[in-house]
Ligand binder design. Sequence first.
Ligand code: 9MR
Length: 447
Amino acid sequence: MTMPLRCLARTAAAGLVAVAALTAAGHTAEAEAADTLGSAAAGQDRYFGAAVAANHLGEADYAATLDREFTSATPENEMKWDATEPSRGSFTFAAADRVVDHAQSRGMDVRGHTLVWHSQLPSWVGTLGAADLRTAMNGHINGLMGHYKGEIHSWDVVNEAFQDGGSGARRSSPFQDRLGDGFIEEAFRTARAADPAAKLCYNDYNTDGVNAKSNAVYAMVKDFRSRGVPIDCVGFQSHFNSASPVPADYRQNLQRFADLGVDVQITELDIEGSGSAQAADYTKVVDACLAVDRCTGITVWGVTDKYSWRSGGTPLLFDGDYRKKPAYDAVLTALGGSGDPGDPGDPTVSCTAAYTRTADWSSGYNGQVTITAGDAPISSWTATVTVPSPQSVSSLWNGTPTWTGNVMTVRPSWNGTLAAGASTSFGFTVAKNGSGAAPTVGGCTAS
Ligand code: 9MR
């Protein structure tokens, strides 16, 4: 039952991809600047992907942002061993299918993550002896790759098999401990037979620059290439923060792997931080990928900061309200695209006005209105103040008033430009003429 359903999905998706390609070609002919991450990356012959969680697809903004911006989807957890084969030989694909079906129906490609990994491994795997474990590993690869045969552009066949630190040694895992170094080669050979159309990747972290760990992976890939072990790509996870910044030799490292004859992919990119510093780091990563011909695509590890595995570090391109961050603009620009003001997802240009009475005496008072920009920078603002009759305004500072009856419309004098969230204020002196009533501030508009 399962295979025919997945084959139908694939055929439908292929049709959609063809339409998308035609549309993209039309855009190029009109020389329009690409205004999404996916279309800008396509202009550089690359994909731009995101890790996707099945349980968020029902959230309209999540799905809309994913569908608008990305051309590749990696199920964040749904294809892992604990999710797909919780007990031996019994496969559950429902959650992974939801991600794959969603992606395909929107013309996105799918990255497979991951077949053989020491983590998110159901406990039964760790109880097996060597012979049984070998059979189980190959059975797991065949089960997953068979289910999605022809539908996955790249599979992370083996994930994180090397230790951190200076030794370049393999990491202890049931596979390493019972099958020895050869388990990686065996996994790749099994994977090639299971789905010859899929690119087969080795994926790891802290291998983004030249170091002992990446040297060990490099030696393995070189050995595989020289002996004809089927490997097509190396994934560089690229989880960055202040303790693990974008390495200065990132491009050189990607290039030395590419020179072995494999593609390189940035597979789980996120960079903790905010504002222009975060944006500059994202630019470094995109520039490095674009400088390496065989860097075929970039995947960010999530759509929105609020669902990131490092959500406290706000490491992604969209904030928790799906607004584009400066890092988004930097990536789009680095990919050769450009956004339009008023794009969906752009922060709205807005301001608020708040009134306080700052001084009061028998015949008069001073009022102050504080103007605060919303989530986007503004270049001008307008606030209205209704002064109750019979009061009159005798002076006003830090603003330029025009009058209609007793409604005063105030625009900036020198203080129109405000950064996102920044404030300015104007003040005025009122003659009470017998009434101490408060003025009414009628709101703020920004441009
Ligand atoms: O983002 C994933 C998170 O939701 C899971 O809880 C976590 C469990 O191990 O795995 C995260 O994804 C990891 C990926 O599969 C492999 N590289 C490191 C990623 C971040 O931990």
